[in-house]
Design a protein around this ligand. Sequence first.
Ligand code: PMP
Ligand code: GLU
Length: 401
Amino acid sequence: MVQELKPISKIASKVQASTTLTIDAMFKEMKLNGIDVVGFGAGEPDFPTPDRIKDAAITAIFKNKTKYTPASGLPKLKKAVCYRFKQDFDLDYEPNQIVVTSGAKHVLYTALQVLCDYHDEVIIGAPYWVSYSEMVRQAGAIPVLCEAGEEHHFKIEPAALEAVITDKTKVFMMNSPSNPTGMVYTKEELAAIAEVCCRHNLYVIADDIYSNLIYDGLEFYSLAQFGEDMKNRTIVVNGVSKSYAMTGWRIGYAACNPYLAKMMSNYLSHSISNPCSVSQYAAIEALTGPQNDIEEMRKAFELRRNHLVERMNRIDGVSCLKPQGAFYVMMNMKSFIGKTMYGHVIESDEDFAQLFLEKGLVATVPCTSFAAPGYIRWSYATSMEEIDKGLDRLEAFIKNA
Ligand code: PMP
Ligand code: GLU
């Protein structure tokens, strides 16, 4: 007889699967089954990892760099991260302020585990990337949303941030350029947000993973750049996944004050031990080698964005703002809510995305999971041909409904 087991952890039992990864898995399976589906689901550059980076990894393997490394990363990689922070953002960090782990996702997760106690509140600028709220809950803390709508270009304002701060607020998390909105905060906007964070003595997690993907000649600013007090309270998160087309290598990193870095490193020493050694050698080359390959990719993303936004706004019933960074567009589909399409009443962006996948054979992500109902996220980290195919299908999907 098999006995009924005790319930698993309350925290774990409430965790939802990542929508982005679920849709990506569905898309890849449909493709494997020979279905002609077009994918705008996961935010993953379609470019191959540059050869110079792959060569560095192959060399590392043949030089037997295949053993454990320090938990928070190789000293040489930490130096390389410091070098990039200085070059790219004029931010000074020492290697003892750097923590490297398996992807920026795990950096964020570790930072929240280290900062939060049960019932602490973490403010998240919304719309937000789906994993933020789940990671906060996994740390036993409470996600509190600070929302901004399309009329504010999806950017939160300092007064709105201040309005949700309570005596339980511990951390503020933000992401610019943003996933899913693609919006980029200006220097002035960030300065005003930084002032609120300092005045209320909050920790800040600045997710700068898309810092290299900025268009229209705009300049990137990190929240850590707004004075010593702000830098001291900020954990800057970045990594190689998006900028260097290295999503599968799983290398992300944080820069923060030495105490927080030490605490994160201790935490990691009992969880993952260290990120993959070979990937770390690849990341050293990514960060210290010639950077022209990333500029080529950035330019390609900018052209794709221009084309996608321009064509999407010519299609009846949908519209989008022109994002200035990352590789996402949020399509407003609110005009379809309450309408019948293919015999189904569309009650939400989730219904629309589901039907668009089934009938239109296009994979996109409904934005309810990003706290932005009424929108559909398109990742344009795919070729121009696929973008046109997807938009052709959107037109036909709407017309034939
Ligand atoms: N932050 C944001 C905003 C992201 O979109 C992603 C995408 N995966 C990550 C962090 C995590 O990146 P990584 O692949 O390095 O874990
Ligand atoms: N961050 C990407 C996305 O939003 C990759 C998938 C994931 O890790 O969520 O699609």
